[in-house]
Design a protein around this ligand. Structure first.
Ligand SMILES: [Zn+2]
Length: 322
């Protein structure tokens, strides 16, 4: 009989639940719509049902639950503070207090991207790294930093917001209130918007063919395929965005001299064109020490990084701010 832990990732659209053993082997998983408009109480009830359903399926209850949230929380008390993209913003919702008695085990919270970083650190490439930097390249750009094998959280669990470093001082306005953040230049939507613009201007015939002219079907992955098929302007757009990302990575490399940089999330699916450009930019921009030994890799866990981070969080009995 192995010890079983649970992980829940609370997203704006879906709640994803996973049960796994201590070795990170996934034993069961389930996804339900968040329906966040119904408010925190209804959402927490749905999470409890999700955990109960998985427990029945597997025939065993978890020892603890690690839960990723899209925002800030009081980690010590398991209370959400600010989830900017959910209705009511979940200010002071006592998630642990409500959920623990319902599911019969302790509940620990962590920002979702820090949780993915913890997953990569515990079960992914980070296992053999001393200092690891994790970029989550998706709808936004999140991140996390682990120094000497320990996730660096800061007083609010907010340390590691790598997507909000300034890359272009006069660049586009960012959701965080600043401008020219990495996120405005190299997130999935930022890259796709440029692909759509090129396609609608008639400058991306291969991309047009691939998505049948459907703007909503343009993703960084489709753009990479179009670039491979010969769309030079699309290739240039990807290289430009990857160059901005490379500057962001080079900044962090200069500050921390990590041995490992992991690029996860949907944008990483661009593949070699992204990774090679980032590596080259780091070589060009970091002049103070050799960077040849710094590994820049895709996530080993891919989409499971968050889920397994929740398992690691549950195993650790939660994390406290620094
Ligand atoms: Zn920003």
């Amino acid at each position: 009989m192995v010890d079983i832990y649970a992980s829940v990732d609370l997203g704006g659209t879906n709640i994803a639940g996973v049960f796994a053993g201590q070795d990170g082997r996934i034993l069961g998983e389930k996804k339900v719509p968040t329906q966040s408009h119904e408010g925190p109480e209804a959402v927490l009830e749905r999470i409890a049902e999700l955990v109960d359903g998985l427990a029945q399926e597997i025939g065993s209850r978890p020892l603890a639950l690690g839960m990723g949230i899209p925002g800030l929380a009081d980690l010590k008390n398991g209370v959400t503070k600010f989830l900017p993209n959910l209705p009511t913003q979940w200010r002071d919702v006592p998630v642990r207090g409500v959920l623990s008695p319902k599911i019969g085990c302790p509940v620990y919270l962590l920002n979702d991207v820090r949780m993915a970083t913890l997953g990569e650190l515990t079960f992914g490439h980070g296992r053999s790294a001393r200092t690891m930097v994790f970029f989550a390249l998706g709808t936004g750009i999140g991140g996390g930093v682990a120094v000497d094998g320990k996730l660096r959280l800061g007083p609010l669990g907010a340390a590691g917001e790598l997507g909000h470093q300034t890359i272009l001082p006069e660049g586009p306005r960012c959701g965080c209130g600043s401008r020219g953040c990495l996120e405005t230049l190299a997130s999935g939507p930022a890259i796709a918007a440029e692909g759509v613009r090129l396609m609608l201007s008639g400058l991306a015939p291969k991309l047009h063919e691939l998505v049948r002219g459907e703007a909503s079907a343009v993703t960084p992955r489709e753009m990479a395929a179009a670039a491979d098929a010969g769309d030079t302007r699309v290739r240039e757009a990807i290289v430009r965005a990857a160059g901005y990302l490379g500057i962001g990575v080079a900044n962090v490399v200069t500050i921390l001299h990590p041995d490992l940089v992991v690029l996860g999330g949907g944008v990483a699916a661009i593949g070699p064109l992204l990774f090679d450009t980032v590596r080259q930019t780091v070589r060009e921009r970091v002049g103070m020490f050799p960077t040849d030994d710094i590994e820049i890799k895709p996530s080993l866990l891919g989409e499971q990084a968050g889920a397994l981070g929740g398992i690691a969080l549950a195993m650790k009995g939660g994390l406290l701010p620094d």
